[in-house]
Design a protein around this ligand. Structure first.
Ligand code: ZN
Length: 445
């Protein structure tokens, strides 16, 4: 057990001075035992008088291997769109071997920790060898990704993707062979095997494009969280309407998959019926603004939604929870031509609303008891150095959300394990070199 005694603790949407947090263990399984004024009981104390202690941020949507694309695909010559970006992403996805996937994932996960994320929902769709043949261990790549998270100390929920086809009526695309399983039952069997190995696993029917309705119906009643890409691109909505006469979220609803355990990733172009369905079922929306902006997906209409919203860094064009969070409000302002879009009260209310999205809503979407600083919650915690220059003169919470960056993240604990110290992930530089070596070896081979 140990105490963390910061300058202030984020509870009830506010920073409160005079509190400390008692953590049960430093082994990655630690919970919050108490939030109270510190008392001298002989236990070790981490004293951080210049820091604000917040719940760790939750990255609810990630494709870790896409971290290798950063700096290579931010633009292309000639006509460029989501679909041409996807071709280049597939170029990488078909090349990576298990070792490279592990190395790139470890780098992405270390960068998440450094940015203040303490958990990730890894939407994992690279399953097989490049020609589609399963590995000797059919869960080889999922295990590499989970091992990478364990290596750096990030909490991971593996969202095991179901992918059946290229699209309704389309011939198979050989560049998707790594993603595809023969039967819906194969997907559920993989979930069970991975769970039996001790991993936390949810189900991720990739999209209505990639998963037919018969598979979706077979997933109804799944015990655990369900995530899916929904309404990311107008073209995929057109295809869905042509195939089914229904919009994508309605297709998930028809299959019996919507409810509080369902997360619709993106929901960039919802129609009114889909929004009504979202509200009626209590499903969560996961927005990924830095990726959606990069890909030209469009923008989620946050002003139309009152249910839970969480964030993801998706393609990892950037890994920065503060950039994702402020984009929800700022893009709504740009679209609507007015300010004060998201509901809030008081000086810190808007920042608190967005922090809730980045913490408690994300934890709910992943089904983990985290996202708040309260007794019994996982000790996933982030200390923000509010003595930095950018915090001078301002209120700390709005400053953090609207001007914050990973540079302000000083310390991070995941399950009580101290994984970022003084703004650094120990061994992080070595992970970067390791990932570079793995990619160079692939390029040479
Ligand atoms: Zn995605």
């Amino acid at each position: 057990m140990f105490w963390i005694e910061p300058g202030s603790v984020y509870v009830g949407g506010q920073l409160r001075a005079g509190l400390a947090v008692l953590v049960s263990a430093a082994d990655g399984e630690g919970r919050i035992l108490e939030v109270a004024p510190h008392r001298d009981d002989g236990l070790p104390v981490v004293s951080l008088p210049r820091a604000a202690l917040l719940p760790g941020f939750v990255n609810a949507h990630s494709h870790a291997f896409q971290r290798a694309l950063r700096g290579w695909v931010q633009h292309a010559a000639g006509e460029d769109s989501f679909w041409s970006w996807r071709e280049r992403m597939y170029g990488l996805a078909t090349r990576l071997d298990p070792e490279a996937i592990g190395a790139v994932s470890a780098l992405a996960f270390a960068e998440m920790l450094r940015a203040g994320f303490t958990s990730v929902g890894e939407f994992h769709y690279l399953h097989h060898q490049p020609d589609g043949t399963p590995y000797a261990d059919p869960d080889e790549l999922a295990k590499r990704v989970l091992a990478a998270a364990r290596q750096v100390g990030l909490r991971a929920v593996l969202l095991r993707v179901a992918y059946a086809r290229s699209g309704a009526g389309l011939a198979p695309n050989p560049r998707q062979a790594r993603f595809i399983d023969a039967h819906a039952e194969d997907v559920l069997a993989a979930v069970e095997r991975l769970r039996a190995s001790g991993a936390q696993v949810g189900l991720a029917p990739h999209s209505v494009r990639a998963v037919p309705r018969e598979w979706l119906r077979g997933f109804a009643g799944f015990k655990g969280v369900v995530h899916a890409h929904v309404d990311e691109q107008p073209e995929e909505i057109r295809q869905c309407l042509a195939e089914t006469g229904r919009a994508p979220l309605q297709v998930f609803g028809d299959a019996g998959l919507l409810g509080p355990g369902f997360t619709a990733v993106h929901l960039t172009h919802p129609n009114d019926e889909e929004l009504a369905l979202l509200h009626a079922t209590g499903a969560t929306v996961c927005v990924c603004p830095t990726t959606e902006l990069d890909l030209g997906d469009g923008f989620f209409p946050a002003w139309k939604v009152s249910g839970p919203v969480c964030i993801g860094s998706d393609s990892h064009a950037a890994i920065d929870p503060f950039a994702e969070l402020r984009a929800i409000e700022l893009h709504s302002r740009a679209v609507l031509g007015r300010r004060n879009v998201l509901p809030h009260e008081g000086e810190d209310g808007l920042a608190a609303h967005l922090i809730h999205a980045g913490t408690a809503s994300g934890a709910h979407a992943l089904g983990i008891p985290a996202g708040r600083i309260a007794c019994g919650q996982l000790a996933d915690l982030v200390a923000i150095d509010t003595s930095r220059m950018e915090f001078a003169l301002g209120r700390p919470l709005p400053t953090l959300v609207f001007n914050g960056s990973p540079a302000a993240v000083a310390e991070v604990w995941v399950g009580g394990r101290h994984v970022v110290r003084d703004g650094r992930v120990p061994g992080g530089e070595a992970l970067a070199r390791e990932a570079e070596r793995a990619l160079r070896r692939l390029a040479a081979g």
